[in-house]
Design a protein around this ligand. Structure first.
Ligand SMILES: [Cu+2]
Length: 160
């Protein structure tokens, strides 16, 4: 609506316009509801720490409380320069890691990012990280929501 139109509008027309705007205010942000109350929640987040600056692996269980599938599309961390999403793939007797660009969390379902399947590959720690620390990751989802998740750092011995 232009300013010019507003100035020549009658009181009734202005009221209609205001109501229309209010309607928009309520309808548009509903599409963004995911950014304030994310459909996906995280639990059991931990990092398998390895000595000598070796890459660590991050794991988490994601739960989607919404009616639509949501993809995990990106992960970043204030504690590591590099965060990649990997999948361990069995190739007969050997195992290898492949990069994946997304992991789908099914509607009303869970997706475990767990040993033997998906993991976050954490490389180039920005500071010394030791067992018992908490590191953080920000997870980006296809519905526009972001989740800041604290990960407990565990030693390989603790998780066997
Ligand atoms: Cu990996």
């Amino acid at each position: 609506m232009s300013m010019k139109r507003q100035t020549i509008a009658t009181r009734a027309a202005t009221l209609t316009a205001v109501l229309f705007s209010v309607g928009l205010l309520f309808s548009t942000p509903a599409a963004y509801a995911g950014s304030t109350t994310p459909a996906v929640t995280a639990s059991n987040a931990w990092v398998r720490w390895l000595p000598n600056g070796l890459p660590a692996a991050g794991y988490v269980t994601l739960k989607n409380n919404g009616d639509k599938n949501v993809d995990l599309t990106e992960a970043t961390s204030p504690d590591y320069d590099m965060v990649m999403l990997h999948q361990t793939v069995s190739n007969g007797s050997t195992q290898q890691m492949v990069m994946v660009d997304k992991v789908t969390v099914p509607a009303h379902g869970t997706r475990a990012i767990a040993p033997g399947g998906y993991h976050f590959m954490l490389e180039q720690a920005k500071h010394a990280i030791k067992v018992g620390d908490t590191v953080h990751m920000t997870l980006d989802f296809s519905d526009g929501s972001k989740l800041d998740v604290p990960f407990t750092v565990k030693s390989p011995a603790q998780v066997q």
